[in-house]
Design a protein around this ligand. Structure first.
Ligand code: SAM
Ligand code: SF4
Length: 334
């Protein structure tokens, strides 16, 4: 099988799949309070998601991240994880993983572990109950904390992802870092991205540059740069005092496109070749048109990969959001 190589000689080995556009939270930077969700027939069924992901694995994808919306609110999603575990068993897939808001982890942690998931990312921006309720609108901190504990208890490695917001979680940098360190968890900060029409209200908090987040660490810890690269927009340092890895995801700076190894598939079967560009291709049509034969789907995937752009168009200089994307993170999966 010829692997997926784009026109810039980047091998595509990492697929992020959004399995639903729905969510039990309404984070202010991600969704408006009154979201209209897609009709069910637009969504790939669990069987179609299986065929989609399995075809990518067949074409050389080694890492699969399930995201959303909130993936764990999709009905029957555990049968999908169970089914995907066959690719781990066969050695065709190195990693099956998940990005979640943590609300359903107490219920699903053990089953996730049993299907071969070993590491998960939990998005959590604050440890303050009131602030958590404000930023997620509908979330309850205590439920997420119980979820994180449950995940750790069954042996999952948990990384916390926090969106960096000035005047919001700026003052929690050390408390969140310590809370993570006490539980053996790494912590990654994400720069807020100008995505989706999230309603008229101001975002809670302001853009907090990760350069400044890093400076804040340097004031309190001995910080060592790590050479580690994931092919994505993350850079890592180690805090010598805690041994923890701290990540910085700066999707808006043009410093990672040359090593990009990933594509995204939405819950409706659209493939986005670059998070920062609107170019996409429909994979649902070839998938549905040929229920028994995956060849048309494989051809459509290969054709899409040939359109993967060299880089994206965000420009955050002088705080001008030139590359603003009209679509929601919950649609493309972040
Ligand atoms: N619901 C799951 C969760 O929250 O982890 C998975 C989907 S969510 C869209 C994936 C990630 O995108 C989360 O870590 C969230 O904080 C991040 N995100 C959403 N909107 C964002 C934005 N405008 N800028 C930066 N990160 C964003
Ligand atoms: Fe839901 Fe995740 Fe978006 Fe928050 S960031 S609204 S948890 S999809």
């Amino acid at each position: 099988m010829v692997p997926l190589i784009d026109p810039f000689q980047r091998a595509i080995t990492y697929l992020r799949v959004s399995v639903t556009d729905r969510c039990d939270f309404r984070c202010v930077y991600c969704m408006s309070e009154n979201m209209t969700f897609l009709p069910k027939k637009e969504l790939l069924t669990l069987e179609e998601l299986d065929r989609m992901c399995s075809t990518f694995v067949h074409l050389g994808v080694r890492k699969l991240r399930i995201t959303g919306g909130e993936p764990l609110v999709r009905k029957g999603i555990m049968t999908f994880f169970e089914s995907m575990s066959r690719h781990l068993d066969s050695g065709d897939l190195d990693e099956l993983t998940l990005t979640t808001n943590g609300s359903q982890l107490e219920r699903f942690a053990q089953q996730l572990y049993d299907t071969g998931v070993r590491r998960i990312n939990v998005s959590l921006d604050t440890l303050d109950e009131k602030k958590f309720a404000d930023i997620t609108r509908w979330g309850r901190l205590e439920q997420v904390l119980r979820g994180v504990d449950a995940a750790l208890a069954v042996g999952l490695r948990v990384k916390i992802n926090a969106v960096a917001l000035k005047d919001f979680n700026e003052e929690e940098l050390t408390t969140m870092t310590k809370w993570c360190a006490d539980r053996g968890m790494d912590l990654t900060w994400i720069e807020v991205m100008p995505m989706g029409d999230i309603g008229n209200e101001d975002r809670l908090g302001q853009y907090w540059s990760l350069k400044d987040v890093r400076k804040a660490y340097e004031n309190s810890y001995a910080v060592t740069d790590l050479a580690e690269r994931t092919g994505g927009p993350a850079r890592y340092v180690r805090l010598e005092e805690t041994g923890q890895k701290i990540g910085f995801i700066t999707p808006l700076s043009h410093n990672f496109c040359e090593s990009c190894n990933r594509v995204r598939v939405t819950c409706t079967g659209e493939i986005y070749m670059c998070l920062g560009q609107e170019d996409m291709a429909d994979l649902r049509e070839p998938l549905r048109a040929s229920p028994k034969d995956d060849t048309p789907l494989e051809d459509a995937i290969r054709a899409a990969i040939l359109l993967k752009p060299k880089g994206h168009d965000f420009d955050y200089s002088r705080q001008k959001l030139d590359g603003q994307m009209p679509r929601h993170m919950s649609h493309t999966g972040g």
